[in-house]
Design a protein around this ligand. Structure first.
Ligand code: PB1
Length: 325
């Protein structure tokens, strides 16, 4: 039988495969999530996320600098406060761990992009992302608090704020507050399409942020819904988001592709803690090649249409891409 065309001609050697490769990862694609705690010299390993630790500001600056030196351009900060209360009042404190880390990072590494997570779940005693009134998450009351939190990050020097709460209207509320107080140049990386995912478990251990009652299905999206993602993203674009995010990533490549095709704003995807932990756990068991699985997952997320990827593998992946090991 005559072979009409031989696709294998372009797979014959590594050089040919590299020549025609359609998706290429670079360290500049990555945003490195970091957990900051009060104190000095503090490093608390997160059991469910091997290689990830909660760090005090001094050690966090070192970690961020190491990532920067490997070509990672940005970090995303999550704070664990000294104390939690029903209203998450520590979240907007200028002396909070995140606010202190922003100032320290900007001083130590001015060109590093510092992005801050804006939410209440790490600061509230009940662990929800918003204020709780009569057992319900009070959406509009939460907006005012989120705006104050975002302002405190902007005042500390954050380049972008990233609201991960999934309250309706939070992008508009934060945009208005930032503009009113002269921070019109601080951008919003919105967790526009964020699903009520089972893949956040390890993060909740790391951030001590699991909800004490109920769950997040009253504000995070139903994993079964795709069209709803377009509605959510459209709202955030109209409210002034500068970057859109889909989260989680690998279980939602269809959603990433859909938003990439529909919107012209930069698109982020978040490879969440459970995606990280799965690869780490299988590798520790000897069932998966960690490096290969990590790079394949990150390549898939970029191939689907993500312009940037939030990943706990950022430093490891950058080192592999730059040094080959
Ligand atoms: O890596 C992760 O799992 C991230 C989890 C994510 C952080 N933005 C949320 C997890 C959750 O819903 O508990 C935090 C929501 N503000």
């Amino acid at each position: 039988m005559e072979v009409l065309y031989r696709p294998r001609r372009l797979r014959r050697t590594a050089a040919l495969r590299r020549l025609v490769r359609e998706t290429v990862l670079t360290p500049a694609d990555f945003i490195y999530p970091l957990f900051v705690v009060p104190g000095k010299g503090v490093r608390q390993e997160v059991a469910a996320m091997p290689g990830v630790a909660r760090l005090s500001v001094d050690l966090l600056v070192e970690e961020a600098r190491a990532a920067w030196d490997l070509g990672v351009p940005a970090v995303l900060l999550f704070g664990l406060p000294e104390r939690k209360d029903d209203t998450g009042s520590e979240a907007a404190s200028p002396r909070g761990p995140v606010q202190q880390a922003v100032r320290a990072l900007k001083k130590a590494q001015p060109d590093l992009l510092v992005i801050t997570d804006v939410c209440l779940c790490g600061y509230t005693s009940h662990g929800h992302c918003g204020l709780v009134r009569q057992g319900e998450i009070d959406n509009d009351a939460t907006l005012e608090v989120l705006a104050e939190v975002a302002l405190s990050h902007a005042q500390a020097g954050a380049d972008l704020v990233a609201p991960s709460d999934m309250m309706d209207g939070r992008v508009g509320a934060i945009r208005e507050a930032l503009d009113e107080r002269g921070f019109e140049m601080v951008g919003i990386l919105s967790y526009a399409v964020k699903y009520a995912s089972a893949f956040y478990g390890p993060f909740r251990e790391a951030a001590e942020s699991a909800p004490r009652f109920g769950d997040r299905r009253g504000y995070q999206m139903d994993p079964a819904n795709a069209k709803e993602a377009l509605r959510e993203a459209t709202l955030d674009v109209e409210e002034g988001a500068d970057i859109l995010m889909v989260k989680p990533a690998l279980p939602y490549l269809d959603i990433i592709a859909s938003l990439a095709g529909e919107f012209d704003l930069p698109l982020a995807a978040y490879q969440v803690s459970g995606e990280y932990a799965m690869i780490k756990a299988a590798a520790l068991k000897g069932w998966l090649d960690e490096t290969a699985a990590m790079l394949e997952s990150l390549t898939a997320i970029k191939r689907a249409g993500a312009d940037m990827i939030l990943t706990y593998f950022a430093k490891d992946a950058a080192r592999l891409l730059v040094r080959g090991k």
